[in-house]
Each structure stands twice: as C-alpha cells, then as structure tokens.
Design a protein around this ligand. Sequence first.
Ligand code: NYM
Length: 212
Amino acid sequence: STGQSDARGALIVLEGLDRSGKTSQSARLLSHLNSLGYPVESWRFPDRDTAVGKMISSYLTNQSQLDDHTIHLLFSANRWEKRSLMEAKLKSGTSLIVDRYSYSGVAFSSAKGLDIEWCKAPEVGLLAPDLVMYLNIPPEKAAERGGYGGERYEQLEFQKNVGKYYEMLSDPSWKIIDACLPLEDVEKQMTEIVLDCVVSCQKGKPLTHLWL
Ligand code: NYM
C-alpha cells in the first residue's frame, strides 16, 4: 500500500465547561485543517438533529422534564447512534473535531449526584478519542462571558461542580489549554497539538475503545 490512501482520520475531542470557547475553537480548527488540505469535519454532541437529539434539546430548553438517569442514557444513545458513521468517517481518512463527548456525559450527570461508574458504563465500547483537549477556565470567568443562554445546567454553582468531575475524569494524556488566553493564542496552541495527532493517526496509531 502507498500509506496515504488508507491512512485513517483522527478523533479529536474538545471538552470544557459551558462558555469555555469550545464551539469557536472547533470552527477555527476546522477551517485551519481545511486550508491545509486535510479532510475534516466538525461534529458536536448532543447532535440535536436526530430523534433522540430532539428529546435532549427539549429537555435542555426546559420544554420537557426527564429523570436524571433517563436523560443520561439519552445523551449516551445519541453518541451510540452516530458511532458507526463516526468509525466509517475515520476509516475513510476524515478527521473529526468533536465538540463534547462521553466526558461531558459523565461530568454533567455525576455533578447531579449520579454514581460515576454507573455514568461511565453506557459509554463502554464507543470509539476512544485520539486526543482530548480540555479548555480550562475558572467557572466565574466563564459565567462573565456574555452570560449563559438560559438552558439547563448553565448556572455557576452547578458548573463549579461539573469542573470537579472533569478533574476526576481527566488523565495525563489530556491536553489542558488555558482558555483565558486570547482566542488567537488558544487557536495556535490547539492547532499544533491537533496537527501532531492527525499525523500520528495517519502513521497508523490504532483506533481504540472507551474507557482507556
Ligand atoms: N451535556 C452534553 C450533558 O449533560 N451530557 C452530554 O453527554 C453532553 C454531550 O448538554 N450544558 C450538556 C452540556 C451542555 C448541554 O451542550 C448542551 P452544548 O455544547 O451547549 O450544546
């Protein structure tokens, strides 16, 4: 084989509190990688376009009430319903920049008081990211940024608690990014890390499954 043609894409996940800048940085990374000629797509979870995603969206916007366990499993199901497409994209050489993944799932539900191991269980077998970048910001600073949108979970005390669970979930492989820096500096740091990851996946780094 010539290598390049069967090189796989990288699964890159952005995590962080609400208003940490994940969505802006996803967009910047997407256009940067595009401009360098890498096949890449930007994804996000929850994916509000699916049937499950619509239930999640109505919960987040307070149009419906759900038991904490039920909504947890819906968030997980929303990742499972995208799993085979995700694998196909990666295997065909497309890298994915994913705004939130299983770590959001576990951190937000655990912060409500659900058992952390129970929260992790339905994520077992999903594709493991090749890279997790955590946009680190003090919850107070995040709250100052243009205010929260009024969805469920967008409250300072709750976000502080979510931060604690992210810390418990993080491992030494995570890249912790100082999200208080100017957007351009954050982008520059992230771009370097992402390019390294894309190259190592092209070179044959194996695709694995959660949890690592
Ligand atoms: N969220 C997101 C969860 O509680 N569990 C999950 O599995 C995921 C992916 O949904 N406050 C929460 C975190 C956010 C909210 O996300 C909606 P976003 O990125 O604001 O659309």
